[in-house]
Design a protein around this ligand. Sequence first.
Ligand code: HEC
Length: 180
Amino acid sequence: MSWTRYLLAAAVAGAIGAAAVAQTHYMPGPQNIDLPADWQQRFIRYATVDNAARKIIRNLYVNPDALAAARPGQPLPYGTLIVMADQRARLGADGNPLLDQSGRFIPEPGWIAIAAQEKRQGWGEGYAANIRNGEWEYARFNGDGSRNNAPVEACFTCHLGTRAQQDFAFNFWDYVRDRR
Ligand code: HEC
């Protein structure tokens, strides 16, 4: 190939490469987070919280790579995807959650709602400083895993206001800090 033809070919390849990058360019928003199809098989449930006020059980899952890479007191690894899946608690005749022999709520089968937060390098660009949560995005899903398009502003505001010093995470930060 002559030099001119080589340079032309390289320029075309470069332009195609740039177009591919432009196509995948980051845009802020919940659409960045996908629930992996196999998350229920693959992710690790690191905590389960009985929420008496809401009469629900919150199941907290994280992807195994993040669980392995996270270090106490350190910013959480890129690629961390935390999934919080809620179940209804079984209620007694008095309308209060029934307890099992360990004093824990008894879950009704199936998820009623799923919330997710994910951190990736370069995410967060485009959010105003008073809402940006570092490099985290938030998303809501319905119990069946389909996307729930209700707004996510409140997710940013509350996590920013309460947990900015813990890399915007709650239980997972504490779990990593306390595990041995
Ligand atoms: C009013 C405050 C508040 C709002 C709003 C809020 N969260 Fe949270 N979030 C919490 C608290 C508190 C926890 C700890 C779990 C618990 O006690 O329910 C939590 C935990 C989580 C977790 C598990 C994190 C971890 O570190 O273990 C995820 C994921 C999450 N929230 C996503 C969301 C998403 C998505 C939204 C918006 C749809 C949202 N949150 C809105 C307060 C909030």
